[in-house]
Design a binder for this molecule. Structure first.
Ligand code: FES
Ligand SMILES: [Fe+2]
Length: 383
């Protein structure tokens, strides 16, 4: 048996498979730079990373760049309409190939103008005809796995990773149920947040609504908490309510919509959350991007039927940006400080048998994915 990457320490309480028997993972997992380094390799270099929506790569030559922590990747739609992804680095002397997003017929390096086609093949290297044995085929861009899933685009630096649609089987049906036109939505807006907390604190927080009554007065006026349920599956969990409390809530107001829907959210391993609010069609992604062990950048991208939001959608976006997110960020930044307190190490998950709206089983599901990915041994009895 290989040695675990992370070991429990003498005074840690056990993390167990059954959420009702388990303690939360130890506090140092949220600020220790060694844990953070281990996560880079064991989690982020092996997982599917959300990078945008089909509408952002609509035409041949459309491209966008994304940073998977310290690795820049370019995603491009080629001339035949397929998506390709490459490490965003020129194969001459290593300059960054392209920046931001846009549309190009050829990817040309700004340093010495080596030019690559949209399939990553080197098409022009100035003066290389004088170099003995120079073979352009040896200098194609290095490919990365890419997948369009219901219009959401993911990349994975691990060439051996199973396809996203296999890993997240079942998620697509749920997304389409709550946002039937998901593939045809268009990108409307990105809101960026800078949070003084470890990325896992933000994910933990998303994964339970035990805190919603005390901390989100307007959200619980909008969404019927009695019907809020979290369900865990493989690499994702869903968090849905089948009823709204009021169409003229303190959060925002909207016309009467479908009567089986209050709110839907999903967590997708490792760092993506997806949201659908009641009212006019909408879906947004909120991705937690680690920036060191105790800081996270969050990108919330909104996808709606037209680029310019209606008043109702604008109100929902403003609520999220000005009310809900500041409430959650305040909670998470306080937790990050508390995790470093000499007076805290681990708590217990509050979990009930019927997996009610107060149950934290989805937090345990996420922490178990972390423990497994890090090959941590946290149970002194069962190790
Ligand atoms: S580094 Fe790109 S052309 Fe030289
Ligand atoms: Fe919250």
């Amino acid at each position: 048996m290989t040695a675990p990457i992370l070991r429990f320490q003498g005074d840690d309480s056990p993390f167990r498979s059954n959420p009702q028997e388990s303690f939360t993972i130890p506090a140092r997992f949220y600020y220790d730079s060694e844990v953070h380094e281990a996560e880079k390799k064991a989690i982020f270099q092996k997982s599917w990373w959300f990078c945008g929506h089909r509408s952002q790569l609509a035409e041949p030559g459309s491209y966008l760049t994304v940073k998977v922590l310290d690795q820049s990747i370019v995603v491009v739609r080629n001339q035949t309409g397929d998506l390709k992804a490459f490490y965003n680095v020129c194969q001459h002397r290593g300059h960054e190939l392209v920046q931001g997003s846009g549309r190009k017929a050829v990817l040309t390096c700004p340093y010495h103008a080596w030019a690559y086609d949209l399939d990553g093949q080197l098409r022009n290297a100035r003066n290389s005809e004088h170099v003995e044995g120079f073979n352009a085929c040896e200098f194609a861009l290095k490919a990365v796995q890419v997948e369009d899933y219901c219009g959401l685009i993911f990349v994975n630096p691990d060439p051996d990773a199973a396809p996203f649609h296999v890993q997240a089987e079942g998620l697509g049906d749920e997304l389409r149920h709550y946002c039937p036109d998901i593939e045809n939505m268009v990108f409307a807006q990105r809101d960026t947040y800078d949070v003084d907390a470890n990325w896992k604190v933000l994910i933990d927080n998303f994964l339970e609504c035990y805190h919603c009554d005390p901390a989100h007065k307007d959200f619980v006026d909008l969404v019927d908490m009695n019907t809020y349920r979290s369900k865990v599956h493989g690499i994702y969990s869903s968090h849905c309510s089948s009823k709204v409390c009021s169409t003229s809530s303190k959060a925002f107001t909207f016309e009467e919509g479908r009567d089986d829907f209050g709110y839907a959210g999903w967590f997708v391993w490792p760092n993506l959350t997806i949201w659908v609010y009641p009212g006019e069609p909408n879906i947004s992604t909120l991705q937690m991007i680690p920036d060191g062990a105790d800081r996270t950048i969050e990108y919330q991208d909104w996808f709606i039927p037209t680029q310019t939001p209606s008043k109702q959608l604008r109100d929902a976006m403003v609520y999220q940006k000005d009310v809900l997110q500041p409430e959650d960020i305040g909670l998470c930044e306080s937790v990050q400080k508390g995790l470093k307190s000499a007076g805290y190490n681990q708590g217990r998950f509050i979990v009930d048998e019927e997996r009610s709206e107060l149950s934290e089983h989805a937090v345990h599901h996420f922490q178990k994915l972390v423990v497994n990915a890090l090959d941590a041994r946290l149970d002194p009895q069962k190790d």
